[in-house]
Design a protein around this ligand. Structure first.
Ligand SMILES: *Cc1c(COP(=O)(O)O)cnc(C)c1O
Length: 225
């Protein structure tokens, strides 16, 4: 067994995830651990890969290219899965589709349109989560909860995108549980299974409330450089 400090830490986070899932009467395998590798060194990323971790999240397209293009081209990690968890500009859609397996931050019609147009042009499309601004914070990305049903419907029938779930980043100054519960409710209402919610400080709470993927950065890697 890999006994690097990273591997130890990884096992302890995974154990906390499994415990939270069991306490909620859920199956641990139904909760995926995403390692958020933004602002991490290549050394840290390799340490994570060495433990067998294969699901990673990145916030920015350019940084993700720097981290992952060569590793992906190496063919050493055929089961690598990269999720985009930061805002996507329409002029970066082609680059994002070339690298990411899942876009978690679909949050507006012009982006849905750009993803559909890129599919027509290149034949490539990826499953998407819709990002919801559960706190309705003006500075934050995400569709307002009230606008979600119409947007989901447009993504499905008008843009023919594969929508697999909802994603949210709760306001930092409010109890996250309210936001996790709201996101879970919205997912049920819209017939969606995936729930990307929970970060270093609150992933156990998110699992209790139904998270299917938790996005963990700092408690896994240490603080960002
Ligand atoms: C940075 C980031 C994370 C990870 O945050 P930590 O608190 O370091 O675990 C998760 N989700 C998103 C959208 C992020 O930007």
């Amino acid at each position: 067994m890999n006994s690097s400090p990273f591997a130890e830490n990884m096992r302890s986070i995974r154990a906390r995830i499994d415990q939270a899932a069991r306490c909620a009467g859920r199956v641990p395998e139904d909760v995926a651990l995403m390692a958020v590798s933004k602002a991490q060194s290549m050394e840290a990323i390799r340490a994570a890969l060495d433990t067998g971790q294969r699901l990673f999240g990145e916030n920015r397209v350019q940084e993700a290219q720097e981290h992952w293009t060569a590793l992906r081209a190496s063919g050493l990690y055929p089961d690598l899965r990269l999720h985009l968890i930061g805002p996507l500009q329409t002029n970066k859609v082609a680059a994002a589709l070339a690298l990411f397996d899942v876009v978690e931050t679909l949050d507006r019609p012009d982006l849905a349109q750009a993803l559909a147009a890129a599919r027509e042009k290149t034949g490539r499309s990826v499953p998407c989560f819709i990002q919801v601004n559960t706190g309705e914070e003006p500075q934050k990305h995400g569709i307002a909860p009230g606008d979600l049903p119409v947007f989901v419907e447009a993504c499905r029938s008008r843009y023919r995108l594969e929508i697999v779930g909802l994603m949210a980043v709760p306001p930092i100054d409010e109890p996250p549980a309210l936001h996790f519960a709201l996101l879970a409710h919205l997912a049920r209402q819209n017939g969606l299974q995936g729930l990307s919610m929970g970060m270093s400080g609150d992933f156990e709470r998110a699992i209790t409330l139904g998270a299917t993927v938790v996005r963990v950065g700092s408690v896994l890697f240490g603080s960002r450089t």
